[in-house]
Design a protein around this ligand. Structure first.
Ligand code: HGY
Ligand code: MN
Ligand code: MN
Ligand code: MN
Length: 417
């Protein structure tokens, strides 16, 4: 059994009895049988299967199922109109060849935590909801957290209509082809106004909990992070007959920019990644006319991030001049630092006994986007490999169950007080 497949018997009869059954149903959706990685892009068939799974989980528990104007899914225990709801959930979409836990662990744990609260006979005096936010990874259209950004008014309808996937399909077209009415997308302030607290459980994307020896942690902040598109325009030519001195080869400029990104990030204690590239005409025997590289850069504070990106751009400019290449840089998305609301964070820490470690993260989340509109918090579950956005992403059975029980305690503390 490959190490990174969900462990057998995950939570069987221990705090998350239903956890394993849900996982068994969800885990095969969109999984590549060779790499065991996931491809669950927004508004594709795999996404539809995940959404069907979510709806079945909601309805099998007698929860009121709702699809909001932006395609986010909600499962309500209690009156959605009453206000001051406690909401928990995450996302089900993935990055290309992503791991099994990033997103799904939060959604499955939310249903399992509700099951646990029902087992305890907990009486809620606030409405409780479980959510699946659409298109959190931004793997298809290039912008992360589309469902929550639309709801929070951080993505305008026009900008959403301009989003295109690699085949030129727009977000509205993709929604329509998946059977959703794209004309409804837009800010959803009334819905957010009815939420008193949103808590997202997520597999840790790092090894802080592994190093501290804790199964569960609480998020303190999300680093500021953004995505920049670098266009390097050179001159297409014959790979075999064009003298080196006569070339305007954008691949060279790109290569130097990638090396500069690593140098500058190391210098500043930040992170910078060129993980996506496109090359035209992309022929083995043709010097490229255009190379596009997408930079993902993140740092613990805004000024460091600004410094790193400026230095990378400068290095790209200097090399572009040398190569006779035209450079353009477009910032495609940006998320400022998120400090999770202290009152909610401290209340959760108290509910969990006051010894749960509090840790920052460089990963973006819907909880980060929503923190501008409602009090939000995050729980992290230990990931022994620390690896994420990869089939090797993993969380052990005991830690998954600990996460469910911690989430159940938090929801009980918040919704049954
Ligand atoms: O990119 C991120 O940080 C998140 O996984 N969408
Ligand atoms: Mn992710
Ligand atoms: Mn995630
Ligand atoms: Mn997230």
């Amino acid at each position: 059994r490959p190490a990174y497949l969900p462990p057998e018997g995950l939570g069987e009869g221990r705090g998350g009895a239903s956890f394993h059954e849900m996982w068994r149903q969800l885990a095969p959706i969109g999984r590549n049988p060779d790499t065991h990685g996931y491809r669950r892009f927004a508004w594709t068939a795999a996404d539809a299967d995940c959404r069907d799974w979510f709806r079945a989980q909601a309805e099998s528990r007698g929860l009121a199922y709702e699809l909001d104007r932006n395609g986010n899914q909600w499962a309500w225990a209690g009156d959605p109109e009453a206000g001051d709801a406690v909401v928990t959930g995450s996302h089900l979409d993935s990055v290309p060849d992503g791991g099994a836990f990033d997103g799904p662990l939060g959604v499955v744990s939310s249903f399992a935590a509700l099951d646990e609260l029902r087992r305890r006979g907990a009486q809620f005096n606030r409405p409780l909801a479980i959510t699946n936010f659409g298109d959190e990874e931004g793997a298809r259209f290039g912008l992360a957290c589309v469902g929550s950004r639309l709801a929070a008014g951080q993505l305008t309808v026009d900008a959403a209509h301009r989003l295109r996937d690699a085949d030129g399909v727009s977000l509205p077209q993709a929604m329509e082809r998946a059977g959703y009415d794209p004309d409804t997308i837009g800010p959803d302030p009334e819905r957010l106004a009815r939420i008193g607290a949103f808590v997202e459980l997520h597999v840790e994307q790092g090894r802080a909990l592994d190093l501290s020896g804790d199964a569960v942690g609480i998020a303190s902040a999300i680093w500021p992070h953004g995505r920049w598109r670098f266009d390097f325009a050179g001159e297409a030519n014959h790979a075999g007959t064009t003298r080196l001195a006569d070339r305007r080869d954008p691949m060279l400029t790109y290569a130097e920019t990638v090396l500069a990104a690593r140098r500058e990030a190391e210098l500043a204690g930040a992170v910078a990644t060129f993980g996506k590239i496109s090359c035209e005409p992309n022929g083995v025997n043709a010097i490229p006319s255009l190379v596009r590289g997408w930079l993902d850069s993140r740092a613990a504070d805004q000024s460091t991030l600004d410094t790193v990106v400026a230095a990378i751009e400068q290095a790209a400019k200097e090399r572009a001049e040398r190569d006779g290449v035209d450079l353009s840089v477009v910032r495609e998305s940006f998320t400022p630092v998120v400090e999770f609301e202290h009152a909610l964070r401290d209340e959760i820490a108290k509910i969990l006994g006051g010894h749960t470690p509090v840790l920052g993260t460089g990963a973006g989340h819907d909880a980060g986007i929503l923190s501008g509109s409602i009090p939000t918090a995050m729980l992290f579950v230990r990931n022994p490999t620390g690896v994420s956005h990869s089939p090797a992403e993993f969380a052990g059975e005991d830690d998954c169950v600990a996460g469910v029980l911690a989430l159940a305690d938090v929801l009980e503390g918040l919704a049954c007080r």
